[in-house]
Structure formats: structure tokens, C-alpha cells
Design a protein around this ligand. Structure first.
Ligand code: HEM
Length: 241
């Protein structure tokens, strides 16, 4: 194996390790963080089954965003399109990661291609929102733009790979399966693929240290995930027991 391949195989392991360990570390930290007050947004459920039912439309449709003003509705539209197209793209990509490829992944191939076109458009809405709404310009940080641009870079290099500078997909699959089965092989002979892959690895490494952790946070946000039982059950934070 040439040295470029060795470096990319090594980087792939490092990126996945940092992502998994960093993610778990944050999850443990969130669980250990005291939530001293009962602060569910009322009306809220009285038991945990109700909390799960409350979270489902939140996760599937980002329901609370829909309740805001025009700026939140723009955010809702852009972010919902973004997340759904992202999911479909990832499902389409599973054909590189599985052998034999499950039927459900095969059946999602065409819709995954449509999603690939929606993806950059959704990101452009999210980027425009940060530039065009005064309030957003004031509170946006460098990192807010960088994340959007990085993800846009992944989408655009993906589209280029599909339509303009095709790579050998058999080599791509061999490379990915090699990484997954701990038996590394050479990377595909395509600079564009290596750029696409590098952007993805950057995203993986940055994920646990960034606001992208909201992916987990939504499940445990006190205003959404607490029961409304301040009178029935005395609420004591673990550090105050
Ligand atoms: C955050 C994760 C990723 C995103 C958002 C993403 C996005 C995209 C998009 C939008 C396309 C064009 C449409 C398509 O062919 O599906 C694409 C193509 C492609 N992606 Fe990704 N990608 C990701 C991760 C990966 C990974 C981990 C690999 C493999 C190691 C990969 C390899 C490829 C290849 C080879 C193509 C060309 C497919 C073809 O020619 O049919 N991508 N990607």
C-alpha cells in the first residue's frame, strides 16, 4: 500500500475514534450535569411515556420552531429540508458500507439522488439566513458559518463526484469495507474523492466539540424532556441530595 493510502486509512480510524469517544464523553457529561429546577414548558406530560410522545413530533418535524415568527419559520424550512435530505443521502451511501446491500438501501437510491440536489439548496437558505436577518448577523459566530460551509463543501464535492469527475465505486467500496473490517486497502485513485472524504473526516472530528451535539441534546433538553410533576414529586438535583 502506498503512503497516501496508509495516511488516509489511519486518519479514517482516528476520525471515527474521536467522533465516537467525543460523542460518548459529551453524553456522559450531559447526564452528570445537574438540572436543579423543574422547567418543562407547560402544558407538559405527567409521565415518561408522555415525554416520549411529546418528543416525537419535535424530532420528526421540529415542532417548536414552527411556533415562532417569520425568522423561525425560515429556519424551520431550511433546517427541516437540510436534515431530511441529509438522512436520505446517508441512507443512499449505505451501499458503500454494506455487503450484500439491503433491499431497503437499494430502494432509496433514486430519492437519495434527488436529496443530493435539495441538500445544497437547504444549506444556502441556512447561510442566507445568517447574512440577511439583522438579529442573526449580530449573534452569528465564525464557527456558525464554518460548519455550514464545511457541510456545503461535502455536498458539492459529492455532486461533482457523481456528475462530473466520477471515481471507481468498486474501489470506494473496497476501501470503506477495508476500514470497517480492519484490513486496510489502497484508497481510490481520485483526488476529488479524497477531498470529499477529508471534509467528512473533519466534520466527524469537529462534531463532538461543536453545537452539532444538539443532535443528542434535543432528547434531554429539560424544557422538553421533563415531566410536569413539581407537586407530586419533590425534585432534588443529585448534588443537593
Ligand atoms: C457527512 C457525510 C456525507 C455526505 C453529506 C455526503 C454527501 C454526498 C452527496 C450529496 C453526494 C452526491 C449524490 C450521491 O451520489 O449520493 C455524494 C456522493 C458520493 N459520496 Fe458522499 N457524503 C458523505 C459521506 C461520504 C463517505 C463517508 C464516503 C465514502 C467513503 C462518500 C463517498 C461518496 C462517493 C464515492 C460519491 C459518488 C457516488 C456516485 O458516483 O454515485 N461520501 N456524497
Amino acid at each position: 500500500m502506498d503512503s497516501v493510502s496508509s495516511v488516509f486509512n489511519l486518519l479514517a480510524y482516528l476520525a471515527v475514534a474521536i467522533f465516537v469517544l467525543g460523542f460518548l464523553n459529551k453524553v456522559i457529561l450531559y447526564f452528570r450535569t445537574p438540572s436543579p429546577l423543574k422547567i418543562p414548558t407547560t402544558p407538559a406530560p405527567k409521565n415518561s411515556v408522555g415525554v416520549v410522545i411529546r418528543l416525537i413530533p419535535e424530532i420528526l418535524f421540529f415542532r417548536s420552531l414552527l411556533r415562532g415568527g417569520t425568522a423561525e419559520k425560515i429556519l424551520w424550512f431550511g433546517s427541516w429540508l437540510f436534515h431530511v435530505s441529509f438522512l436520505l443521502i446517508i441512507l443512499r451511501h449505505l451501499r458503500f458500507f454494506t455487503y450484500p446491500v439491503p433491499g431497503v438501501v437499494m430502494s432509496l437510491q433514486q430519492i437519495g439522488i434527488w436529496a443530493a440536489w435539495v441538500f445544497p439548496l437547504a444549506l444556502l437558505i441556512l447561510i442566507a439566513r445568517r447574512f440577511l436577518i439583522d438579529r442573526m448577523v449580530v449573534i452569528s459566530l465564525f464557527q456558525d458559518y464554518i460548519i455550514l460551509l464545511l457541510i456545503l463543501g461535502i455536498g458539492i464535492t459529492g455532486l461533482l463526484l457523481k456528475y462530473f469527475m466520477r471515481t471507481n465505486l468498486v474501489d470506494v467500496k473496497a476501501f470503506i469495507l477495508g476500514v470497517l473490517t480492519l484490513s486496510p486497502v489502497a484508497v481510490p485513485d481520485s483526488l476529488l474523492f479524497l477531498i470529499h472524504l477529508s471534509f467528512v473526516m473533519l466534520l466527524l472530528v469537529y462534531f463532538p466539540f461543536s453545537k452539532l451535539m444538539h443532535a443528542w441534546g434535543v432528547l434531554i433538553s429539560p424544557t422538553r424532556a421533563q415531566t410536569d410533576t413539581p407537586r407530586e414529586v419533590r425534585h432534588v438535583a443529585s448534588w443537593a441530595e
